[in-house]
Design a protein around this ligand. Structure first.
Ligand code: BES
Ligand code: MN
Ligand code: ZN
Length: 508
């Protein structure tokens, strides 16, 4: 990952491949944003005019390259759009800064060093610019090896080094913001790697082994239940879903404990390493990206490790429900009844509604520890994508205040989210003539039906929320802001923020 430093050096003397500056949309055309004074001065104070001549407007996502003025040690200036100039006194929007830094970092992939001269008003700005750079520079080229020649990779390596000008290397708050951004971005990028790793390599056992290594590195407690242990303990949901695959399922419990904690959060992640649909096989066109169906587990994993690296004063337990959903002679069939870990029976009407089955077992296991709250994260339904599009995740909960808190935390960290209801009348659609409940109900409101199913497997009296990240988990379009194509790391930053708020006593 990109190595980030803070520097109070002046832009002209910096030896770098490029200097990144901000340009905003002013009332009368583009304006150069604070932080770029030295660059503007070298253009005789006419940089805004130069940019306008080049067609720049300051719109978000816009990128303009121009040669450096005389006397600069770096050859290139990159101007990134920050959107509308804030009204007098107000600072630049955090998400606009993150995205602009990300756009610049992405175009700088392959380069050695860049200096970022964006508006740094406070430590918070240092944090968001750092996140934008570290997340925007991400690339996944592990499998692009030109037939084994290590030297000639097809992909471009992420920008190697970045300096944030205006960040004070000896200021405690600035340093802390950089350290936080680095830890969270590093883990978030690791989550992206897991999501992008093809399913023939990332099996449930392989994912569990990666978690085991991370646990050792960060002093986390880990418990891995393999298929034999799952059978012994009665995890019928996870075993049912994983039964069709030669790659056997796992349930991973990862615990971070702080000696100063008085709250306990449980995060539960859907970890379907590949979702073929099972016997209710998905048609061609619907399964090419289904390696992303473990994005919830990847987010939970990254959030628990982040909490440990940040030393948060809260206990966080992560549950990774790992299985591969495949059709075979040993696969669960439509019509089968599973006895779940909670003791409830489920009639499987559609084997493609597998996420709720593995989550149900993990939610019940998480409930046994009676945490203060449980949050599950899952690429659960296509219906949620239809409802909210591909960039926003849905938030459902059995507690209105908790749902609102999560929505606000998501907004704060720049993750689009929206509250969704759990309408009681949809429950009866899951009534089964044979079992306690069926794994499918009405088609309309399918995302909410899935939420209602999960609710039945949360222990009595436990505050719970469900994030359906089916839309934002995997970006099938082109990259934008600091979001790459492929695995995005959706929900990681929201979960980390929730853990921080809980540690600070501002939640629940
Ligand atoms: N993993 C899918 C949901 C999904 C779809 C995630 C597209 C990301 C992109 C999930 O397991 C699934 O297949 N859900 C079904 C449920 C239905 C059978 C009740 C769906 O949404 O169609
Ligand atoms: Mn499915
Ligand atoms: Zn799925």
């Amino acid at each position: 990952m990109t190595a980030l430093t803070l520097s109070t050096s002046a832009a002209p003397g910096l030896r770098a491949d490029a200097i990144v500056i901000g340009v905003a949309k002013g009332a009368k055309g583009p304006v150069v944003t604070p932080g770029a004074e030295a660059v503007d001065k070298a253009y005789d104070g006419k940089l805004a005019d130069v940019l306008e001549t080049l067609g720049a407007s300051g719109a978000e996502g816009e990128l303009t390259k121009l040669p450096s003025p005389a006397g600069f040690k770096s050859p290139l200036v990159i101007a990134v759009g920050l959107g509308a100039e804030p009204d007098g006194g107000a600072g630049y929007d955090a998400e606009a800064l993150r995205r602009a830094a990300g756009v610049a970092a992405r175009t700088l992939n392959g380069a050695k060093k860049a200096a970022f001269a964006l508006p740094v008003e406070d430590a918070a700005a240092v944090g968001v610019i750092a996140e934008g750079v570290l997340l925007g520079a991400y690339s996944f080229d592990v499998y692009k090896d030109n037939g084994g020649s290590a030297k000639a990779k097809n992909g471009k390596a992420p920008l190697a080094e970045a300096t944030l000008l205006g960040g004070k290397p000896r200021d405690a708050a600035h340093k802390a913001a950089l350290a936080r951004a680095t830890a969270v971005s590093e883990e978030l990028n690791r989550a992206r790697d897991l999501i992008n790793t093809p399913p023939n390599d990332l099996t449930p056992a392989a994912f569990a082994a990666i978690a085991q290594r991370a646990a050792k590195e960060h002093g986390l407690k880990i418990q891995i239940l393999d298929d034999k242990a799952l059978a012994k303990d009665g995890y019928g949901g996870i075993l049912g879903v994983g039964g069709g695959s030669a790659a056997t399922p796992r349930l991973v419990k990862l615990s971070y404990t702080s000696p100063e904690a008085d709250k306990h959060l449980a995060f539960v992640g859907k970890g379907i390493t590949y979702d073929s649909g099972g016997i209710s096989l998905k048609p061609a066109g619907h399964n090419e990206t289904m390696k992303c169906d473990m994005s919830g587990a990847a987010a939970v994993f990254a959030a628990v490790v982040s909490a440990a690296r940040l030393g948060l004063r809260v206990n966080v337990t992560g549950w990774l429900a790992l299985a591969e959903n495949m059709p075979s002679g040993s696969a669960v069939r439509p019509g089968d009844v599973l006895r779940m870990y909670s003791g409830k029976t489920v009639e499987v009407l559609n084997t493609d509604a597998e996420g709720r089955l593995v989550l149900a077992d993990a939610l019940w296991a998480a409930s046994a520890e009676n945490p203060d709250a449980i949050v599950d994260v899952a690429t659960l339904t296509g219906a949620m994508m239809l409802a909210l599009g591909s960039r926003t995740f849905g938030v459902m909960a059995n507690d209105d205040a908790f749902r609102t808190a999560i929505h606000e935390a998501a907004e704060e960290v720049g993750e689009p989210a929206w509250p969704m209801p759990l309408p009681e009348h949809l429950r009866k659609g899951m009534d089964s003539p044979t079992a306690d409940i069926a794994n499918m109900g009405e088609r309309m409101g399918g995302g909410l039906v899935a939420g209602l199913f999960l609710r039945e497997f949360v222990g009595e009296g436990i505050t719970w929320a469900h994030l359906d990240i089916a839309g934002p988990a995997f970006n099938e379009g082109g990259p934008f802001g600091y979001t790459p194509k492929g695995g995005t790391g959706s929900a990681v930053r929201t979960l980390v923020r929730l853990a921080e708020l809980t540690a600070e006593g501002d939640l629940g």
